[in-house]
Design a protein around this ligand. Structure first.
Ligand SMILES: [Ca+2]
Ligand SMILES: [Ca+2]
Ligand SMILES: [Ca+2]
Ligand SMILES: [Ca+2]
Length: 371
């Protein structure tokens, strides 16, 4: 009788623990662990005091939390986003290459306002800290969509080394939802929601402050497929920006160490501001690493009822013969298995469970749904 996991080297991974995924609801779950960045500057974009989950009268970026689980980056920017369509802009350095200084020919998203931050032809453009080369842009804004109804909106774009690339309006969501977006183009299922109820965190002003302790705000889940399939650490730079992405707040994570709003985005250079205006999320591979990925691999998940229970079968095709692939099963086990001469890997788990099966190093994932 077949039972357990068919694997060559499970024991190698025995000491590793794989985290549970946070729940997308606007609250920073315990699964995030410790804060990765804490705001050190009072806000000049309004100190929110309404206490509602949706409508809000100020913006602040108090705390940055993030964790990677099963090939998904979970990100929580605790604080507030004023419901006047000001923006939380998030730049992610997830893979080699990208832009340290924003070009002017990036994808047209959010009324072409990603390019409002880029080079206008004079050689300017928002510049990140040394070594931060953005690959992905996301932005979130919310407000009254009519009749006193709150709506949240998000856009995503590639930031390619040579410009161009793809951008998408992901759709409309809401406050304290499960993050689902509708009406847009969101093929890999990015989730976004907000809990705008914080009334603590930093105060209004431009001096030194402390945003620690805030656990409500913007919560996002981004599948690795929308991050360029990262295999290492991921860096995140998040800041509050104006309606047309044309006026940077003094709310950046990591903080700017006290100071006025940064203003014209094209003239901002984070390398000239003390400290890191980004934070780092470790473990792009989630610890379940493959030897290498050739980029042609595909992952298929098959599920059926067997005498042993729910048989979950993960099949990689197009792999490099003899290379070891790390498959993270839906029960959270990491299975290392070499591809055969035809580049195929099959990992079976029985009894298995419903959930995500992934090959984190290769950015592949699929859903197992047990009968
Ligand atoms: Ca949550
Ligand atoms: Ca990069
Ligand atoms: Ca506050
Ligand atoms: Ca800096």
């Amino acid at each position: 009788m077949r039972s357990g996991i068919s694997a060559l080297a499970v024991g190698l991974m025995g000491g590793l623990a794989f985290g549970q995924a946070p729940t997308i609801d606007g609250t920073a779950d315990a699964e995030y662990g410790a804060a990765l960045a804490v705001q050190n500057t009072s806000t000049q974009f309004g100190d929110a005091n309404m206490g509602l989950v949706d409508f809000c009268n100020g913006s602040e970026a108090d705390v940055g939390y993030a964790v990677i689980v099963d090939g998904v980056l979970y990100l929580h920017i605790a604080g507030n986003l004023e419901s006047n369509y000001n923006h939380m802009d998030i730049f992610i350095d997830s893979v080699p290459g990208g832009q340290n200084k924003l070009r002017g020919d990036n994808p047209d998203v959010d009324f072409n306002n990603l390019n409002r931050m880029g080079d206008d032809g004079s050689g300017n453009g928002l510049t990140f800290d040394a070594g931060f080369e953005a690959d992905i842009f996301m932005t979130v804004a919310g407000g009254d969509v009519g009749g006193g109804t709150y709506g949240l909106f998000s856009n995503w774009a590639q930031i390619l080394t040579d410009g161009g690339g793809e951008g998408r309006y992901l759709g409309q969501g809401g406050a304290v939802t499960d993050g689902a977006l509708f009406g847009g183009n969101n093929p890999n299922g990015i989730l976004v929601t907000i809990d705008n109820s914080n009334t603590a965190g930093v105060l209004g002003g431009n001096g030194l402050d402390d945003g620690s302790g805030v656990t409500t705000g913007i919560e996002i889940a981004i599948p690795f497929a929308d991050l360029g399939n990262p295999t290492g650490d991921i860096k995140v730079c998040a800041f509050v920006n104006g309606l047309s992405h044309d006026f940077l707040a003094n709310q950046v994570l990591g903080g700017i160490g006290g100071g006025e709003n940064l203003g014209e985005p094209r003239n901002v250079n984070f390398a000239n501001i003390g400290g890191d205006q980004f934070f780092t999320v470790s473990g792009g591979g989630g610890g379940c690493d493959s030897d290498a990925c050739n980029g042609s691999e595909t992952l298929t998940i098959k599920v059926r009822a067997k005498g042993c229970g729910c048989l979950v079968k993960a099949i990689i095709k197009g792999g490099t013969p003899d290379a070891n692939y790390g498959v993270l099963t839906s029960s959270g086990e990491c299975v290392l298995k070499a591809a055969n001469a035809r580049g195929k890997v099959a990992v079976k788990e029985c009894p298995g469970v419903s959930g995500t099966v992934s090959v984190p190093s290769c950015g592949l994932s699929g859903i197992a749904t047990c009968p």
